[in-house]
Every structure is written in structure tokens, then in C-alpha cells.
Design a binder for this molecule. Structure first.
Ligand SMILES: Cc1cc2nc3c(=O)[nH]c(=O)nc-3n(C[C@H](O)[C@H](O)[C@H](O)COP(=O)(O)OP(=O)(O)OC[C@H]3O[C@@H](n4cnc5c(N)ncnc54)[C@H](O)[C@@H]3O)c2cc1C
Length: 361
């Protein structure tokens, strides 16, 4: 059985890995470059129980465990580590801090520990995606560069995908193009997937920032409150993201660029958060889109009415965390006919109305 996976982000690579573990031939078709979008430009923060109390909890808990197992099992280093996580404020004069993190400026008051090494961790998301694809390739999977323009169908069954006007045939097709999965809704009945833009910087901080993650409520001099996330990584870099925007998603992933002014605001914020950031070289100034659905839950399961077509997208802020359990569950669904490690019913793509055909053209 041959499965085509549209999209070479963390979700597509994870599906390829788990399909290859089950002995299936998987081909990832990626238009631009492996992990070129959010899967290479996001935080890579992982939390075991921050989704508790929501339908995501079993997926997140299974995935958190799988991240640890994959780190033990697979070759390579993608910066996985357990770490402590703190929450703080900056720019709110009345707040007091319970913790003193020496690398932060005195303006940042750290009020609480949000997680400890047993429950929070991190990866370098692009390196993790690449490691999953490498492990999949070692078991026979392939990565193909090409832009998917449609899902080919015959008598209500997916028969492959269209790339450069030609049909690449397969027994099953998985849509995993992040926010670009909306393009697949032009040929199969999928609900809308939106892209919400976020901006980030990567600093070369060497050993000046210890391995502890930080979530901050930061008030700019203008009074606007931002919610930066700061993740020092094992490779001596520190990743900081903040500033969401509803700028439209370009059809071509290579065209994603920061909004005017967003990077300047982010740099000013970082300089005020920590002297270690203000003096560090900036290695990347970037933006990416997280994929979100109408009800905030991912789409993981069969595309209604099209046999052999599956969707795995819409993971919003937890796509890096939830990629392994998504890949495992999609592999079970395709190979065994149903997923048994995680109950996929809350994520059924059929729960939301499909995109109206009149968006076509
Ligand atoms: C600023 C920010 C910070 C984040 N931080 C975290 C975090 O700390 N922890 C966490 O768990 N999650 C985080 N996320 C969320 C996470 O990054 C995403 O949920 C995840 O990367 C989505 O992965 P994906 O594979 O679904 O999509 P993407 O990474 O968007 O991959 C989709 C792929 O499809 C390709 N593609 C597009 N069109 C086509 C086409 N026509 N044909 C073929 N291929 C195509 C694209 O080039 C792209 O490579 C963050 C997101 C943002 C924006």
C-alpha cells in the first residue's frame, strides 16, 4: 500500500515515520522545503498536561510520552530536553516576583513556576521534523518536492494527487499542509482551516541563558500587552515569539514574511526583557502561520465521503507537541481501520461543515 502525504511539516513527517514503522510505503510531497513553515519557525515547547480538561488531553499526554521515547530510540540530536518553565510580567509596576532569574532584567517579575522537568520539555522543531523524516526514509519513505494542486478521485475514492498537471497515484492520501490545507478543500469536502500569523526572533546567546522556558505578560510603552514566549535551546540559541496578526496567508509558503514594524517591536521588547538578548546577535527574524480550525481543535481522521482520503491539520499552538501521537493515530487508522492509542472522535473532520464550493475559482 502506498500513501501520499501532502505537506512536509512536522505533521506530515510524523505520519510518514509511523506509516513506515508499519511497513507501508509513504511519500511526503512538499512544495517548498521540509519544515519551511511553522514547523521550522515555531517554539518547540512541549507540555504534558497543559491541555488537560480539553478534548486534546489524551493526544497531548500520548504525544508528550512519545517525544521522550523517540528521543531514546531514534538517531540524531534535535535538542530535546526536559526543562523548568516560569511565568512572569514586565511593565506592570505593582507586580512582585517570587523567583529571581539572573539572566532577566529587573523589569521582569517572575511570579510562578508553570512546569517542572517532569511535565515540560522542548525540541528544536525544524530539527525534530528533519529527524522524523530521516527515520521514515531509513524505513523506505520518500520526500518529493512538488506543489499539490488537487486530490485526484474516481467513483468517490482518492486515487492520488495532482502535481504539475500530472496525477501521482496512490492507495491513500493524507492532507497535512498546515494552513494551506484549505487549498485541498477545493477538491475534497474539508472544513475551513485558517492561518494565524506569529513573529519570532532567534538569538545567538551561547551559554548566557540557562535552560529554562519563560512565558511573559509584557506591557509595551504604548500600553499594548504582548505575550512573549522565550525558549533557550540546547544549541546555544534563544527563540522568542510574540505579536500575532491576521495578515492573509500567501498561497506560496516561500512568500511568508514579517509584517512591517513587527520585528522592530519584537527587538525592542527583547532588549528590555534581558541584557543577554540585547547584546546577542540576531540569527533569524521571521514569521509563520499556525493552522487553526473553526472550533480550535485539529482535524485528524477520514475526509467525509472520499474513501482513502485523510486529514491531519489544524493543530494551532500545539502542533509540535501533538505531531507524534497524530502520526501514530493516522497510521493506525490507515493500517488497522481505526485508531486505538487515541480516541480521534473529537477531531473528526466531519464534525464541521465543509467549505462552500463557491469559494472555488
Ligand atoms: C509563532 C509560533 C510558535 C509556535 N510554538 C509552538 C510550540 O512552542 N509548541 C507547539 O507544540 N506548537 C507551536 N506552534 C504550532 C506549530 O508550529 C504548528 O501547529 C505546526 O508546526 C503545524 O505543522 P503542520 O505540519 O500542520 O504545518 P506546516 O508547518 O505549516 O507545514 C505545512 C507544509 O505544507 C507545505 N505546503 C503548502 N502548500 C503545499 C502544496 N500545495 N503542496 C505541497 N506542500 C504544500 C508547506 O510548504 C509546509 O511545509 C507555534 C506556531 C507559531 C506560529
Amino acid at each position: 500500500m502506498h500513501v501520499l502525504i501532502c505537506g512536509g511539516g512536522v505533521i506530515g513527517a510524523s505520519i510518514a515515520y509511523f506509516l513506515s514503522c508499519r511497513g507501508l510505503k509513504a511519500t511526503v510531497i512538499e512544495s517548498t522545503g521540509l519544515a519551511c513553515a511553522a514547523s521550522g519557525k515555531s517554539g518547540g515547547f512541549l507540555a504534558r498536561d497543559w491541555c488537560d480538561g480539553t478534548p486534546l488531553a489524551p493526544l497531548a499526554r500520548r504525544s508528550f510520552a512519545l517525544h521522550g521515547e523517540l528521543n531514546e530510540k531514534l538517531a540524531g540530536n534535535w535538542g530535546y530536553r526536559r526543562l523548568d518553565t516560569y511565568g512572569g510580567f514586565a511593565g506592570f509596576p505593582a507586580r512582585r516576583g517570587a523567583y529571581r532569574l539572573a539572566w532577566l532584567s529587573s523589569k521582569v517579575k517572575v511570579g510562578q513556576a508553570l512546569g517542572y522537568r517532569d511535565s515540560t520539555a522542548q525540541v528544536h522543531p525544524g530539527q525534530f521534523t528533519a529527524a522524523m523524516m530521516r527515520a521514515a526514509a531509513a524505513q523506505g519513505a520518500e520526500l518529493l518536492l512538488g506543489r499539490v494542486t488537487a486530490i485526484a478521485q474516481h467513483h468517490g475514492r482518492a486515487t492520488g494527487v495532482v502535481v504539475a498537471g500530472e496525477i501521482i497515484e496512490a492507495d491513500a492520501v493524507v492532507v497535512a499542509m498546515g494552513p494551506w490545507s484549505i487549498l485541498a478543500a477545493l477538491s475534497v469536502p474539508l472544513p475551513a482551516i485558517f492561518g494565524l500569523k506569529g513573529h519570532s526572533l532567534v538569538f545567538d546567546t551561547g551559554d548566557t541563558v540557562p535552560g529554562e522556558a519563560l512565558f511573559v505578560e509584557y506591557r509595551e510603552p504604548s500600553g499594548t500587552v504582548l505575550s512573549p514566549e522565550v525558549f533557550p535551546r540546547t544549541d546555544g540559541t534563544t527563540y522568542v515569539c510574540a505579536i500575532s496578526s491576521e495578515a492573509p496567508l500567501p498561497i506560496d509558503p516561500a512568500q511568508v514574511a514579517p509584517d512591517p514594524g513587527a520585528i522592530g517591536r519584537l527587538e525592542a521588547m527583547c532588549a528590555s526583557l534581558s541584557p543577554a538578548l540585547s547584546s546577542a546577535k540576531i540569527l533569524a527574524r521571521q514569521a509563520c502561520y499556525r493552522p487553526i480550525t473553526g472550533d480550535g481543535l485539529p482535524l485528524i481522521g477520514r475526509v467525509p465521503g472520499v474513501a482513502g482520503a485523510y486529514a491531519a491539520t489544524g493543530h494551532s499552538v500545539w502542533g509540535i507537541l501533538n505531531a507524534p501521537a497524530t502520526g501514530e493515530a493516522i497510521a493506525e487508522l490507515i493500517v488497522d481501520g481505526s485508531a486505538h492509542t487515541v480516541d480521534l472522535r473529537p477531531f473528526d473532520p466531519g464534525r464541521l461543515p465543509p467549505v462552500e464550493p463557491d469559494i472555488q475559482g
